[in-house]
Ligand binder design. Sequence first.
Ligand code: UD1
Length: 362
Amino acid sequence: MKVVSVVGARPQLVKLAPIAAAFAGSGHEHVIVHTGQHYDADLSDVFFTGLGIPDPDVHLGVGSGSHGAQTGGVLTAIDPVLAEQRPDWVLVYGDTNSTLAGALSAVKQHIRVAHLEAGLRSFNRRMPEEHNRVLTDHAADLLLAPTEEALRHLANEGLAERAVLSGDVMVDVCLRVRDAVLAGEHARPTLPDGIDPDQPYLVATLHRPDNTDDPARLAALVAALADLPVPVALLAHPRLVARATEQGLKLNQGAVHAGRPLGYAGLVAAVLGSVGVVTDSGGLQKEAYLLGRACTTLRPETEWVETLEGDWNRLIPDPDALGRPAWIEAATRPTPSAEQGLPYGDGHAAERVVEILAQRLG
Ligand code: UD1
């Protein structure tokens, strides 16, 4: 069996790590195509080196642009690559512009498409990710659902026959890296200047267009973080830095200490060392859950609804609407004690994905 993985953005590289490991030594051929959607070393290279992923076989070098330019750029560049490779499967990951373009190119060339992390829904049509995941699910031949909830969404859209529960490959990588961090196999992460790793701190990230692109909203969110009584390590995505610079907004204010994004082991160590997480990232909500830290999500909804059980994750779309005392109480609430169960699987999803791909070929 020959499988081409199409990746391009940071969260896809994290999910690629356990998949590439599961392919190694499986006897199957695995080809990695990097679209170049993310190109900064902090968002791309550090994941290949840090997670031991083989270098991409093909790099499309597409880079940033409007949704149309970026999606179209990947589509144009990947067509000849898939035509030449003619794999048994094209495996696309998650919900980025690279995901949609990879799926579209493959389906048009009558190459089977499998969608990893299928069936997630926010039901928020303002999110570019929501368009990408719905369109990709409907284009794909095989839908690898991470959760029962995702499987239900697919069934509701008439896609049950193509769907299978694989578990979430992020659990595989997160737990493996957690164990390595706890065993002292990684250097301490470089937290932003002003954060003392031995004192309580929160980890924060912000990158969703709905939070970063409106100047009033971004200023209000940064002010809410700035007013927290605990230092906030803000691991700033380039989109956040770019928007803040354009808007003349200072990220370093009050409790906020902004710094660069971390590699994966660094992020896991930073969360383990923290008293909680404040974020709008899908992946980080789940990492906080898996690592046993309270998460406060600056969005009106989440695709990862299982994290909301037992108050492990709390949705706060608008801190100002809560008022400062309630916001501070929420974002600094103690670590929940509720039992979690295993809604995201057992840490062996990637091996299962490889098996399912091989079985479905037969
Ligand atoms: C993309 C995904 C999003 C995912 C996120 C993870 C889409 C529509 N969005 O959002 O689902 O959660 O990745 O990080 O696919 N930039 C750099 N260097 C880089 C990459 C980006 O400076 O290496 C800056 C550029 O100003 C660029 C902006 O970040 O315009 C946004 O990048 P883009 O790839 O369009 O989307 P993300 O916000 O990263």
